[in-house]
Design a protein around this ligand. Structure first.
Ligand code: SAM
Length: 317
């Protein structure tokens, strides 16, 4: 969605922009080239690997990028640390949610079910203050009902009940420590037809562990909570006319963005039964994408992971 995001943000020389999800740096570098030396882009990622990769990538380029290893749920705090001028405002803020290709391919972490790796799906380094869960704790310590709930809700997995039961049965023998062991536990309880991983009727079936892995990643990193905390801060940080763009990959994320934009684009939030407004809420956003933007067929063909991407953009009034 890089092309669409750039079109909406339309970065110009001298502007200040925030990329809340640096990842492989695709968005950051493209924006940095457009805002030039007089502009500044703050690029945030929880993953030190993203920061290191960016530093290597731009070392011979003259770009004004400030990269910070942190969680975008702390957006205001990060901005106050990095920008000494009080009341700094931004022309654009972008979120490209989820995980990067580099994280998916990293053999030391357990994001991919195709590789046998330790069961670590944390975007950043876990510590007690990080607000993250440990993937191993979710899998080996959470109650069966709670496991089932996240697999159903975050994974939208119709066999959530069976899978949660299968995980609990398996961990009774010994803790599940690797992605391979987790895939085995899932594979042991889902129907055989569900495991056949092939194209049928032109529809590409996903691997039977995909949804459970997605659920565990979202729960580990508290991805929905982070987004809910970050969006109001992003609006506060926008200059009038500045734009916030969010690319999401999950219907729950998209719903959070949609509802937030809708609420922030209304002048009053009182129930319709009240004759006069008592909340005093004032619209802070104008929605620019009445209908959600989806990737082009060409993009999905080049990058199948983009198939579920959805872009929403709003402008500060
Ligand atoms: C889909 S990738 C971004 C790709 C990027 N737009 C590019 O062009 O390469 C998402 C990135 O967001 C990071 N991320 C996810 N949640 C985060 C959070 N709460 N705070 C900071 N970074 C986060 C992940 O570590 C990952 O590197």
């Amino acid at each position: 969605m890089l092309g669409e995001v750039i079109e909406y943000l339309d970065p110009k020389p001298g502007q200040n922009i925030i990329d809340c999800t640096l990842g492989g740096g695709g968005y950051t570098v493209e924006i940095a080239e457009r805002i030039g030396k007089k502009g500044k882009i703050l690029a945030i990622d929880l993953d030190k690997m993203a920061i290191n990769n960016l530093e290597f990538r731009i070392k011979n380029l003259e770009l004004n990028i400030k990269s910070v290893c942190g969680n975008f749920k702390d957006l205001q705090k990060i901005v106050s640390n990095e920008f000494k001028e009080k009341e700094v405002k931004f022309r654009g803020i972008v979120f490209d949610l989820g995980l990067s290709s580099a994280q998916l391919q990293d053999k030391s972490r357990g994001f991919a079910f195709q590789m046998d790796a330790p069961l670590i799906m944390e975007f950043g380094i876990w510590n007690a203050e990080s607000g993250m869960e440990r993937t191993g704790d979710i899998v080996n310590k959470w109650r069966q009902e709670d496991l089932e709930k996240i697999i159903r809700e975050y994974g939208e997995e119709r066999f959530a009940g069976r899978i949660a039961r299968g995980i609990v049965e398996r961990r009774k023998q010994e803790p599940i420590k690797t992605t391979g062991e987790l895939v085995e536990a899932i594979g042991g309880v889902v129907p055989a037809a569900y495991k056949r991983n092939h194209h049928r009727g032109g529809i590409r079936k996903i691997h039977f562990a995909t949804r459970t892995f997605q659920a565990l990643r979202i729960a580990t990193n508290r991805e929905l909570e982070n987004l809910e905390q970050a969006l109001p801060q992003a609006v506060d940080l926008l200059a009038p006319g500045g734009r916030v763009a969010v690319v999401s990959f999950h219907s729950l994320e998209d719903r959070i963005v949609k509802r937030f934009f809708k609420k922030e684009s209304k002048d009053c939030l009182c129930p319709p039964t009240l004759p006069i407004c008592q909340c005093g809420h004032k619209a802070r956003l104008k929605i620019l994408t009445r209908k959600v933007i989806k990737p082009t067929e060409e993009e999905v063909e080049n990058n199948p992971r983009a198939r579920s991407a959805k872009l929403r953009v709003a402008e500060k009034v």
